[in-house]
Design a protein around this ligand. Sequence first.
Ligand SMILES: [Zn+2]
Length: 201
Amino acid sequence: MEGKTHAIVGAASYVALANKLPGKFSFLGMFIVVFAALLPDIDHPKSLFNKYILPIKNKTTKMILYFSLGVLVLWFDYLYTNEKALKALGISFIFIGISSHRNGLTHSLIGLWVFGFVSEYFGKTFGMPQIKYYVILGYSTHLICDSMTKMGLPLFYPFLRKKIKLPLAFKVGSKTGKFIEGIISTLALVYMVYMLPSMHV
Ligand SMILES: [Zn+2]
């Protein structure tokens, strides 16, 4: 799915579930959920995130940047922290560097687990333990949304490379795809506009 659909669905899911999660509804919370909803597509050189991160939007730049980032995180961890979460993050960045779009870690349950684990560490470090729930929520909405597309996703990577998708999947970028994403986004936006005034910030 397109980045903006992921962002809107993530935000709406937070509005729907914020009161059931630890911590109060906040716009920072929403920002983290939206961030996590966009996160799995960092394996695509032209995704919303990489548009801002990568100086040149192609596979080689993506590979070099994430590979180096991974090495840097591992090096930092080796020198200063010796923390499992940072090791997991460093190794993940290296995997993101070498894998192509929707073929690896970030679109799998292991990816969800890794980023949940890493966010738990950052949540503890910054005194915001609820971050973990926000990241897991946003990230899950991304995986659910992508399972509605023809390309599917390698949910059980690296154990099973088979791409999983729902029976009525659509092609991203096709007329039907754009129409369905438009409807999903509109519904999610209407829901948010309706619900937001009643949220306790
Ligand atoms: Zn995706």
